[in-house]
Structure formats: C-alpha cells, structure tokens
Design a binder for this molecule. Structure first.
Ligand SMILES: [Zn+2]
Length: 257
C-alpha cells in the first residue's frame, strides 16, 4: 500500500535526481514527469480515504466470518435521523452515526435516542468546515476535542472513531489523529446520497457493488436517504446480511473506557 511517509521522500529524491539529470542533459522532461506523478499521487491520497496514504484507515472488514456489513450515517443528527432510527428499530439493525458536534448541540434529544437505542457514535468534527482540508493540526485537534467532549458528556466516555469530513486526509489531519488517537473510519461503499437525487439510483448503486464486510456511507440529512433505507433494509434482510455497528464489524472498541 502507498504510504506518504515512505513515498513522499522517495519521490522528492527522484525529483532532485531528475532535476540534476535535466541540468546535465538540458532536457527536463523526466523532472516534469516526476513532479506531475508526485502531485497526482498526493491529490489521490488526499481524496481517496481507502488508500490510507497519510494515515491508517479502516474502510471495510476483510473476509468476515459471516455475511455482515455496517451502515454508517454522517452529518447528523437532523430531524431525518428520527425517521432513520424508526426504520432501523423496525428491522432490528444497529448502525454507526458520525455526528457533527454543532448538530449534536442543536438536537441533544436525538443524540439521547441514538444512545438509548444502542447505536454507535463517532466523531465527524465540530463544524464540518468546508475548508477542513486546509485546517492546521491545532485546528483539527480542536475540532476533534470539542465533539469528543459533547459525546463524553452524554456517555461518560470518548469516541474512538473519527471520520474526516469529505473523507479528506492530509499531513495535518494525520498528525492531529496521531495525537488524539482516534481510529480513522472510511467506507468501501459510497451511496453518493448527497449528490444523487433519485432514491432508486442510490439503491441500485449501493446494491450493485455490495460485498460482505462493506462499510456503507450514507448521510442522515435527507428524505432521499430515508426512502433508500425503506428498500435497502428489507433487501439486506432477504439476502442474508446482518447489519452491525462499525465496532462489531471491525472488532474494535468504539469508546475509550
Ligand atoms: Zn460529512
């Protein structure tokens, strides 16, 4: 697997050597190619959380012993969370909610309901800043700490799971996570439910690529997602999948003791 700590210095050295070669030969095409490759790999690493380029990431369970997967919901809680909770309860499904701290302050009673009904809470930063990828290490740590505290005040323990907004990772986020000691949780099956307007299309996208061990990314922020779940939950049940929380799927602790 590609890793920033190893690959970035290696590419830097290669760039330096090809620069020397360029000066010697009067032709900088190898240098330009190396720089282009470095930029391409870095951008790929920033935006594809599954690569684990900057920080180790859990994004699916390899070879699970039985047919299981984890449903995850980002960006809540919102009033739609209540409808989702009703559906999950009806199908006796436990899920994982990566909550935004500010949203938790706005909807504390929904957070209580999430906890009472046995779902797992994860940290999805305090503000979900549109420029999250440009925050420095101190700012990322602050985002994490604030949301950890809200969850700790509710549960008496801090969440171990963190999902970066937009799935973005970079050296600042990697350093912050190393300090905060969260597990970074990605996904293997992305519903694209925030950008696809048709619930049937979202359902087809998720089910066409469905694999046991998947971590599926949804958002509890729209009626569309509620409508997808109305079809998806019976589909999963009929096809023998057990939906579990991320901690159960990955066999990790969801909270500090
Ligand atoms: Zn988000």
């Amino acid at each position: 697997m590609l890793k920033y700590a190893f690959l970035f210095p290696a590419l830097g050295l290669l760039a330096f050597l090809t620069l020397l070669l360029g000066i010697w030969q009067g032709n900088f095409s190898w240098f330009v190619m190396t720089c282009t490759l470095t930029i391409a790999i870095t951008v790929w690493g920033v935006f594809d959380i599954r690569l684990g380029y900057f920080v180790s990431t859990f994004f699916r369970k390899k070879n699970p012993s039985s047919k299981m997967l984890a449903l995850t919901f980002d960006d809540g809680p919102t009033p739609y969370t209540i409808e989702i909770l009703n559906l999950l309860r009806a199908y006796q499904v436990k899920a994982t909610f990566f909550c935004i701290g500010k949203q938790m302050l706005d909807y504390p009673e929904i957070v209580d309901q999430l906890i009472v009904e046995g779902h797992t809470l994860g940290n999805h930063t305090f503000t979900h800043s549109q420029v999250f990828g440009f925050l420095n290490e101190r700012q990322v740590v602050e985002e994490l700490k604030k949301t950890d505290k809200i969850i700790r005040d509710k549960l008496g323990k801090s969440p171990k799971f963190f999902r970066p907004p937009f799935g973005v990772t970079n050296p600042s986020i990697a350093k912050a996570v190393k300090r905060s000691r969260h597990h970074v949780i990605g996904w293997s099956n992305r519903s694209l439910d925030t950008v696809t307007w048709n619930a049937d299309k979202i359902f087809n996208r998720v089910t066409n690529r469905l694999k046991s061990g998947d971590i599926i990314l949804f958002h509890d922020t729209s009626q569309r997602t509620v409508n997808v779940l109305k079809r998806l939950l019976p589909y999963l049940q009929d096809n023998g999948y057990t939906c579990v929380s991320v901690d159960v799927l990955l066999n990790l602790y969801a909270y500090d003791s």
